[in-house]
Design a protein around this ligand. Structure first.
Ligand code: SOE
Length: 386
């Protein structure tokens, strides 16, 4: 009977993503001890919903619980930093939703604290876990595509299209100074750098608030449809749209359109890498295939464990024709985190706090460039040992 170290898990935050973390933690062999939410009553409802024994009085109580080995932080963004720091101080491993913190210096302090505490500390840039993304990364890395000329794409959603749509992310005090770029542009940039192996070295950005006023209304989950019971209109200080052009440290050019007000687009992350010997394109809403373009033809490569490169096949847990999706990415991500905790391994492509710091620095550069209407250099991370 194979026995493996039991991991006692707490989930701080009971929204849509907290439930996703809870499911993946269970599938990775974690024992869910308890959940915290915005109030004790909300935590009790979440404990019932998630079939978890304990409802904490607060997230602070959860991260201080000596009976936990791993804490998943799924609260609104402004709480990420303090909760992650407290969890690390208490000797826990941490999975913290992006953005790691709403200020770069706080994100850097968290990465330093995780290293000092020798804890596994990860950020769910989970789109890395699509096997077709790993296939694209492997084909760029093996040199088969040649020099990368252009990296471009979009990340489009429509859940904030109406002035009736409201969410804590809109409020800079809860979500941070940047909304659309920090929330989803960060995913796209993480994926672009992950697939190409290149870093965005300088960028020029513009941001736009397309919906200048929104109704307060009861805080609704991401993607929830407005029920028309909104409160008073209030001015919006965070961006709905970000346009970014960039140059990489590998000599490529790039562009990105980020929007949370694009009607009909639900979670449309698209990335294309155009190189000397061919092009690859990934669509998060159609992740079972990878588009491969050459001068003489264009092909749809299928996610088939039997034909994928080894780094991609590792994540292809279902046969071809049995689609893997977003939840599978989360399961594979948490399984890698727990393997790193249990076995001290360094799973290929595991996004850690250093990647959260990178996202924070890119966000700072986008906001600075948009404010100055100028090109801005992006500090290239010093690759620190895990
Ligand atoms: C809302 O924009 C959201 O849930 C993001 O917060 C997630 O990071 C993204 O994966 C899906 O959309």
């Amino acid at each position: 009977m194979r026995t493996r170290k039991e991991l006692r898990v707490g989930i701080a935050g009971a929204g849509f993503i907290g439930a996703v973390h809870a499911r993946s933690a269970r599938l990775a062999g974690g024992r869910l001890v308890g959940v915290a939410a915005s109030s004790p009553e909300s935590a009790r409802r979440a404990a019932d919903r998630l079939d978890v024994p304990k409802a904490y009085m607060s997230a602070d109580e959860l991260v201080a619980d000596p009976e936990l080995d791993v804490v998943h932080i799924c609260t609104p963004n402004h709480l990420h930093g303090p909760l992650a720091l407290a969890a690390l101080a208490g000797g826990k491993h941490v999975v913290c939703e992006k953005p790691l913190a709403t200020a770069t210096q706080d994100a850097e302090a968290l990465a330093d604290a995780a290293r000092a505490a020798d804890r596994v500390a990860a950020v769910p840039f989970v789109y890395r876990y699509y096997p077709t993304v790993r296939e694209a990364r492997a084909r760029v890395a093996d040199g088969g595509l040649g020099a990368v000329h252009l990296v471009h794409g979009t990340y489009l959603q429509d859940w904030l299209l109406s002035s009736e749509d409201h969410n804590w992310r809109v409020d800079p005090a809860l979500g941070g100074a940047s909304r659309a770029f920090a929330d989803i542009g960060s995913h796209w940039c993480d994926l672009a750098e992950f697939v190409t192996g290149q870093r965005i070295a300088r960028l020029s950005a513009r941001t736009h608030t397309a919906v200048p006023e929104r109704r307060d209304g009861p805080a609704r989950a991401a993607f929830a449809v407005a029920d028309g019971n909104g409160g008073a209109l209030h001015a919006v200080a965070t961006e709905d749209v970000a346009l970014v052009q960039f140059e990489t440290d590998g000599g490529a050019m790039g562009s990105l359109v980020v929007s949370q007000v694009s009607a009909g687009r639900k979670n449309a992350l698209r990335l294309e890498v155009d190189a000397a010997g061919g092009a690859l394109a990934f669509d998060q809403e159609d992740p079972e295939t990878l588009w491969w373009g050459r001068r003489e033809a264009a092909t749809l490569l299928r996610r088939d464990p039997g034909t994928l490169s080894p780094p991609a096949a590792r994540l292809a847990v279902l046969p071809a024709g049995h689609p893997q999706g977003y939840a599978d990415c989360f399961d594979l991500f948490v399984a890698d985190v727990y393997a790193a905790i249990r076995d001290g391994v360094d799973p290929d492509g595991l996004p850690r706090f250093a990647d959260g710091v990178r996202a924070a620095r890119l966000t700072d550069a986008v906001m600075a460039s948009a404010a100055q209407h100028a090109w801005v250099d992006v500090p290239t991370p010093v690759e620190v040992p895990r």
